[in-house]
Design a protein around this ligand. Sequence first.
Ligand SMILES: [Cu+2]
Length: 132
Amino acid sequence: MRTVTGFFLVAAAVLAACSGGGRSGSGVATPKAGVVEVTAFEWGFEPETITIPLAESVRFAFSNDGEALHNLEIDDLDADGIESDGSGLFVEASPGEGSTLVFTPNESGEFEFYCTISGHRGRGMVGTLIVR
Ligand SMILES: [Cu+2]
């Protein structure tokens, strides 16, 4: 039991270190084995800056850690190989649930991602995707 508790404490410490402090919303992520974990909550995304490589397939493992329906949409990015919850680069999940978005970016640059539900973007549910 002591060993299990110790493991979780270490895991929590590592997660906190990697995410830049949890709910601060200031975390920066790059894919690990092609996967980026993105969490939505009231009101923001963690991480809020995501850097991905050009022309490589990436999977966003999107989870909703909030109490309202949230989604993530990326505008104005040319991409192929899209598997999404809608048309274009869109993923959505109910509270406590998750979904995935897969795509291959065809252009480099900085793009905004945000929650499309009315009022959510203005409350802080916006982030930056960097392709390079
Ligand atoms: Cu939202």
